[in-house]
Design a binder for this molecule. Structure first.
Ligand code: ZN
Ligand code: ZN
Length: 124
């Protein structure tokens, strides 16, 4: 492979931004990657910056999802436990409310569990 600028010279690297082949004179090492010139440096800086921002956004989203998952798990667990208490109770209508809380609690519990699994999967 020949240098993009010097057809007579062999290329030693490829610009990370524009993918041009570069000879030893044209290739610059910039932040541990091969870059061809000033404008490609700037493009690479923008790319790095956007990557960083993207990572932060992902972290915030992941944290929010995790919080919601934990909240749903606790809510579902409490509701389910409360329904069991109501089933045990001998008060009037307690069985009815027990069923209501069970119907509410179990889907919330499974939703929270599913979301938590989703968050754990995303992390890998
Ligand atoms: Zn370049
Ligand atoms: Zn060259």
């Amino acid at each position: 492979m020949r240098c993009f600028n010097h057809k007579e010279k062999d290329a030693v690297g490829i610009c990370k931004v524009c993918n041009k082949a570069l000879c030893i004179d044209c290739a610059n090492i910039y932040k541990n990657v091969v870059i061809c010139n000033e404008s490609c440096n700037n493009v690479y800086d923008v790319e790095l910056y956007e990557k960083k921002i993207g990572n932060n956004v992902n972290k915030v989203a992941l944290f929010a999802q995790k919080s919601i998952a934990v909240f749903l798990l606790i809510l579902g667990l409490l509701s389910t436990l409360y329904s069991i208490l109501l089933f045990i109770s001998i008060q009037e209508n307690s069985d009815f409310w027990g069923i209501v809380f069970l119907i509410l609690g179990l889907p919330i519990l499974s939703l929270g569990f599913a979301l938590l699994l989703f968050v754990i999967k995303q992390r890998k």
